[in-house]
Design a binder for this molecule. Structure first.
Ligand code: SF4
Length: 243
């Protein structure tokens, strides 16, 4: 099986529960939604070439032609893992679950914990790879960011993911709709109030308003009324000038 991959590189995880851990990133092309603040070129077929770091952390890249075979990707990953120990391999995007079949073929060929960074809207695809995945970073996407509601999809997704090492990430725009914020918190609390919720202040870009520090504390306080563990963590890789 083959697919388009944007890049493969080694860096630190900049977001969420595993912030600071060394991870190997595999970024897939393509997404099923269109967020206002997206920083990835996601149009299908927009990446003729896949960029692969020449050695982990070198920031020097070589190019191979897309699409790439699962066995070829596995070979690059395994070579990286021999050079530097990584806490996990992060499958990201885009939306990696659009490539569930590719992941089913790829993951058994690699020997490292699997970290899935997903928008949390494709429960049926999650089901296909769930036994192969160790850690799930699931977003809840607010309607004001995507232009439509995904509450039902998010609920089904988290119901499936709850028995894994899962946490939920909610990106907070400065003009957040409070009713939707409460819906997101209620959704998580309704499934398991011990699931970690990360509130991530949006990185201001594309005209998106940043969230002020007072608002972040207010929202954390509100969420803590229903959830046991609510943390405010920004995109730290940008502060460190990491990829
Ligand atoms: S889910 Fe992620 S990759 Fe897809 S549009 Fe939103 S931010 Fe971009």
């Amino acid at each position: 099986m083959e697919t388009n991959i944007i890049e493969i590189f080694s860096s630190v995880q900049g977001e969420g529960r595993y912030v600071g851990c060394r991870q190997l990133f595999v970024r897939f092309e393509g997404c099923n939604i269109n967020c206002q603040f997206c920083d990835t070129e996601n149009a299908p077929g927009s990446h003729l070439m896949c960029n692969i770091e020449t050695r982990p952390g070198s920031r020097k890249f070589t190019e191979i032609i897309n699409p790439v075979e699962a066995s070829e990707v596995a070979a690059y990953i395994n070579r990286f893992l021999q050079q530097v120990p990584h806490q996990a391999i992060s499958f990201t995007g885009g939306e990696p679950l659009l490539q569930a079949g590719f992941l089913q073929e790829l993951i058994p060929m690699i020997n490292c914990p699997v970290f899935l960074e997903t928008n949390g809207t494709l429960p049926q695809q999650l089901e296909k790879v769930l036994p192969l995945v160790d850690i799930i970073s699931m977003d809840i996407k607010l309607p004001q960011v995507t232009g439509r509601e995904y509450w039902q999809e998010h609920k089904e997704f988290l119901e499936l993911a709850k028995d894994k090492d899962v946490y939920v990430k909610l990106v907070i725009p400065g003009d957040i709709n409070e009713d939707d914020f409460h819906k997101a918190v209620d959704l998580v609390a309704g499934i398991d109030d011990s699931i970690l919720l990360i509130l991530q202040p949006v990185t201001p870009m594309n005209g998106v308003l940043g969230a002020d520090p007072g608002l972040m504390l207010e929202l954390q306080q509100l969420a803590l009324e229903k959830l046991k563990d609510v943390r405010i963590i920004p995109q730290t890789h940008r502060m460190m000038d990491q990829l």
